[in-house]
Every structure is written in C-alpha cells, then in structure tokens.
Design a protein around this ligand. Sequence first.
Ligand SMILES: NC(=O)c1ccc[n+]([C@@H]2O[C@H](COP(=O)([O-])OP(=O)(O)OC[C@H]3O[C@@H](n4cnc5c(N)ncnc54)[C@H](OP(=O)(O)O)[C@@H]3O)[C@@H](O)[C@H]2O)c1
Length: 312
Amino acid sequence: MPQPPLIAVTGAYGYTGRYIAQRLLADGATVRTLTRNPPSASPFGDRVQTRPLDFTDPDSLADSLRGADTLYNTYWIRFARGNLDHDTAVRNSRSLIDAAVAAGVRRIVHISITGASPDSPLPYFRGKGLVENHIRDTSRQSSLSWAILRPTVIFGREDILINNIAWFLRRFPLFPIPGRGDYPVQPVYVDDVARLSVETASSEGNATLDAVGPETFTFKELVQLIGQTAGGRARPVPLPPPLVFAAARLMGLALRDVVLTRDEIAGLTAGHLASTDPPTATTRLSDWLRQHRPTLGRRYASELARHYRQTL
Ligand SMILES: NC(=O)c1ccc[n+]([C@@H]2O[C@H](COP(=O)([O-])OP(=O)(O)OC[C@H]3O[C@@H](n4cnc5c(N)ncnc54)[C@H](OP(=O)(O)O)[C@@H]3O)[C@@H](O)[C@H]2O)c1
C-alpha cells in the first residue's frame, strides 16, 4: 500500500490552518503542524503530528519539514507587539521558506492577503509583499513550486473582525465608522480559503490567486448588515479615522486587547480588503450571518488572548 503523503501546515490549531488541516485529513493525508502553542487537547486527537515553530533554529525547522511534499504556510502576525514586528515576521517567514527548500519540500501554498505589495506604506501589506517575492525568487534558484493565495477578510466561527463588529453592535448605541465608510469589503469564508488552498496545491505551475467571496459591501453596508442580522441597535457614525483609532484604543484598554490598529484602519479605508478579480469563493456572508445569528458576537474574540497569553 502506498503511504499517504506527508503535508505540513503552520498553525493547524489556529484559524485558517485548522480548516486546511481538516480538508487534508479528509483527503487521507498525513498532516504535521508547526506551531508555538500546541493545545493541551488537540481538536484532531492524535491525527495531526506537532512540531515546534522555532524560527531561531533553522535546522530544527528543516527537520520538521523533511519528508513533507507540500507546506501550507499561514504564519503571520496582525500587528507589531513587544519585539515581534513585521520586519521580524518577514525574516521568520524567509527562514521557514528556506527551511522548506533545504528539506526538499516540493510545493508551498502560501496564504498572503489582497493588497500585498513590497511598496505598500503599511507594514502588514509590505511584509506580505516581501515574503511573496522571497518565494518567487527562491523558486527561481530551486525546484520549489508555489501557489500564493490572497484572501480578503476571512469570516468563520473563529474569526475576530466580523464577530467583534457584531459584539460592539449588540452592546453600544453608536458604532464609529472610519471616514465615510464607502470603501469596499469583500469577505471570504474560511473553508472556501481552505478549499482553494488545497486545490491550488494540486494544480500545476506557479500561481497567485485572490481568495474572495461573492459579495462586495461598502464598510458601512457591512456594519449595517451585521447589525440587522445580529439584532444590534447601534447606529453607524462616520468619524475621522484618527478618532476611530482613539476610540479603538480606549476600548482596547477596557478589554485588555488590541481592538483595531491605525494600520488596519488605513488598509480598510484604502480598499485593500476587496479584489478587482472575479470572485473565487462561493459562500455568501449574508447567508452565513443568518445561519450563525444566535452565536454571532455573543462573546468578544481577543487577539491578545489568542496569540499572546497562550490560552490554547
Ligand atoms: N484572518 C483574516 O481575516 C485574514 C485575512 C487576510 C489574510 N490573512 C492571512 O491568512 C493567514 C492565516 O490567518 P489566520 O487569521 O487564520 O491566522 P492564525 O491561525 O491566527 O495564525 C496563523 C499562524 O500565525 C502564527 N501567529 C499568529 N499570530 C502570531 C503571533 N502574534 N506571534 C507568533 N505567531 C503568530 C500562528 O502560530 P501558532 O500556531 O503558534 O499560534 C499560526 O502559525 C495569515 O497569513 C494572515 O495574514 C488572514
């Protein structure tokens, strides 16, 4: 009997990586994840092998990837905190990609973001652009093949942004909208991102593809839709972006979280969370919101709890 292929996924206990791992397991693959924080109880039982995601040890990274046919890379950080900023995340990503090449990985499926560009003034998008370029450059000097998938904002049960908009709308009378709220947002469902990832892994050749859902809203329409569906009473109030950032900081102090960064507001208002390409995903946010109305925004989802306080 042929052995099932070994596939590596960063962050299989996280958000998008978990959906990718689920699909790989369903396809019969052997899945290995690289992660900083293995949970005490794995959602996959013993079906996913766990290795450390230790960027300070390139040999151990390569050892963990040896034998893997494909690496799905979800690693990234939302914002700079402590001594981990986007420049460091770029260096870490390069180490991971180099380790994959050293280990003989055949293909990388790399999760990037719409609007990624090495020329972006925003560190998140600039860093993503630099990592994309590193993959392209590396493949010219090796046998590595690649697919780069660029999602917009990803929605799903474990998401932070859309859930927390609902959480705020349920609790407060007003909801601050940066600027006029007329910039586009085109959310994509997390399992559609996983499906596209798995599909691009098995296609031939190198490709960059936007992962975008079928519905485009202005940000104000998105907030109104979430409010109507979740039953929130808050009225959207357009405010200058710096005031929205100040309000987000105050809320962050109260919630012991980083609610929204200045750069995230800039990326949102610049229209980076939409694509000019045709939709590649099918799940409609409006349908999904209706199906998840009872749980939507019931609990606040904290980025710091998820990634900095090791609560897994
Ligand atoms: N979520 C979205 O709306 C969205 C939109 C567009 C693009 N993306 C991109 O899609 C990919 C997956 O996003 P996701 O939201 O699903 O991510 P996630 O599961 O929360 O995290 C993905 C990976 O990044 C690592 N990571 C996250 N925050 C970290 C931190 N502060 N310090 C060190 N490592 C950290 C995780 O490590 P551990 O496993 O060790 O926790 C995991 O390996 C990312 O590359 C992201 O840029 C996301």
